[in-house]
Design a protein around this ligand. Structure first.
Ligand SMILES: [Mg+2]
Length: 91
């Protein structure tokens, strides 16, 4: 059992899913500080990004959706690539 699975098993799915939300809100706050108040907070953005990635990994274990997320992400990146190509072609 890896650390993500251990955390879920030890602390429970609902508390960990609420933690996902909490960490996302912390990252949101740091991004807003950076943009709106021109704060030099890259260190905080790094920390909160890592926190969010850790929690998103737990979310994928919680719902057992690693493969589906990876597949959707691939599709989505392909669409973005096409949109970027269209965007470049317009110029
Ligand atoms: Mg945090």
């Amino acid at each position: 059992m890896n650390t993500y699975e251990r955390a879920l098993k030890t602390w429970g799915k609902e508390p960990q899913m609420l933690q996902v939300i909490e960490e996302m809100s912390e990252l949101i706050k740091e991004i807003l500080k950076n943009i709106n108040r021109h704060k030099d907070n890259v260190a905080e953005i790094i920390e909160e990004t890592a926190d969010v990635e850790i929690m998103l990994e737990q979310l994928k274990y919680c719902y057992n959706i690693h493969k589906q997320v990876a597949a959707y992400k691939e599709q989505k990146l392909h669409k973005i690539e096409q949109r970027l190509d269209d965007w470049s072609a317009q110029k």
